[in-house]
Design a binder for this molecule. Sequence first.
Ligand code: URA
Length: 249
Amino acid sequence: EPGDVPPGPNPIKDVTTYFNYLKSIGVEYVEPSASARKGTPADPRKAVKPPGPGSDFVEPSKSLTLEALSEEVANCTKCPLHETRANAVFGSGSRNAGIMFVGEAPGAEEDKQGLPFVGRSGKLLTKMINAIDFKREDVYIANVLKSRPPNNRDPGPDEIEACEPYLKLQIEIIKPLVICALGAHAAHTLLKTNTPIGKLRGKFHEYNSVPLLATYHPAFLLRNSAYKKESWKDLQLLRDEHKKIVSGK
Ligand code: URA
């Protein structure tokens, strides 16, 4: 009966015993009172940006969404490049990355392995990432196009248009603190401009309120090593901006 005090120990004094008692009479679930619910803190995994590099923090809903998107990309037939690719190249790295690199499109090696930046350009990109004290696994790496254009030709405007939504969603899921666009195709796609990369580089722009730095593509740097000096300046800007955001200063 309402108001009845259960037999045995005083429920107010001994909560565990009280719950055990409830269980013993077949009560399986106790609804928290409205006031208790109001005071319940939100799931901290949803509210807090996980700590920086090296963190193994994974937000479960994020992993599901990235996986679902990756699956969609693997089955994508939105442009003719699906006919010639060996593998779609979705992206790789940390779901909780503070820095996201965006390249142009997979090359031969990437197409073969299904992973971004694993060929010659990729080796240089890895060195660039290491130079600012990150590991490849700490950052996230993706491309504008998820399928290789035959003979590594430039991406076509229709191909970019078809593939861009995937990149947008990746950025939305990863929520990087800073983005680095590698080369003109990535910079032009994300910033909606045709300004040459030599003019865009060296300063921050914004992509949906996220600071975006454009710099030279590693493949260009392999052919034009004199530009590595400027590229190093850009990387330091990227590192400093990321550090500033993480530290909140
Ligand atoms: N160049 C790119 O832009 N992306 C890759 O994944 C490899 C080479």
